[in-house]
Design a protein around this ligand. Structure first.
Ligand code: SF4
Length: 224
């Protein structure tokens, strides 16, 4: 069964790469930038998140300045992301924790770690879960990890790569174990694109889907 799932995963990966390419993403920001962006991205869309991030970077030159800033001033600079008071508090708490643990606002120590160790280090920061850790490792360090967002989670469950009952947190390690290493780096981008354009949450466009022949959901729905 595991072997069959792996074979299917390989076919899916190849089909996704054929359709969407195998680039990772244009984002190549330093790790603390990625961490802060994930905080800003909560409960908002990408446009508002990027707007808030740009405003924050225009207001402060360094992360030390962000840490030392009055909280209401920082909140004001990230207003467009929504829930700005809470996010300002979380950003400063995360920066403070890094400062205390590393002695400076710098995460380059992760570069020398193996992937599991780096994940463990990041997720031991308060409020940092497996998705955020994977985003930092993939986008800042180019490591072959898979951030599992709502699209990745939904599409891989429908395809039958992971079971319906698997939590999003557990899906990280499981999918990284099942999916071929050669396609892991582009998988987040490709599955997000597929989830947004074809395998939509409400009405999946199975009739237009190049993965239908491999899809569990498609094989089970009543198409009479
Ligand atoms: S066949 Fe339908 S459910 Fe399966 S991946 Fe494609 S769009 Fe999603």
């Amino acid at each position: 069964m595991v072997d069959e799932t792996r074979k299917k995963a390989e076919k899916i990966c190849k089909a996704l790469i054929r359709e969407y390419g195998d680039e990772v993403s244009e984002r190549k920001l330093p790790p603390i930038d990625e961490l802060v962006m994930t905080i800003l991205s909560q409960h908002t869309n990408d446009v508002n998140m990027f707007r808030a991030f740009e405003s924050l970077k225009a207001t402060y030159s360094t992360w030390d300045e962000v840490l030392a800033a009055p909280q209401d001033e920082l909140a004001n600079s990230i207003r467009s992301s929504g829930m700005y008071n809470l996010k300002a508090k979380r950003i400063q708490a995360t920066l403070r924790e890094i400062q205390e643990r590393v002695g400076k606002l710098d995460l380059s120590l992760l570069e020398k770690m193996e992937i599991p160790q780096a994940k463990e280090w990041l997720t031991s920061l308060h409020g940092v879960g497996p998705k955020t850790a994977a985003i930092v490792l993939l986008f800042s360090f180019g490591l072959p990890v898979l951030p599992v967002d709502t699209h990745v989670w939904r599409v891989t469950k429908r395809l039958g790569i992971i079971d319906e009952t698997v939590s999003r947190e557990k899906a990280h390690d499981l999918l990284e174990h099942i999916m071929p290493r050669t396609c892991i780096s582009s998988l987040n981008k490709n599955l997000v694109q597929h989830g947004r354009e074809v395998c939509k949450a409400q009405n999946p466009r199975c009739d237009k889907c190049f993965l239908s022949i491999l899809c569990l959901y498609y094989s089970e729905v009543d198409r009479t």
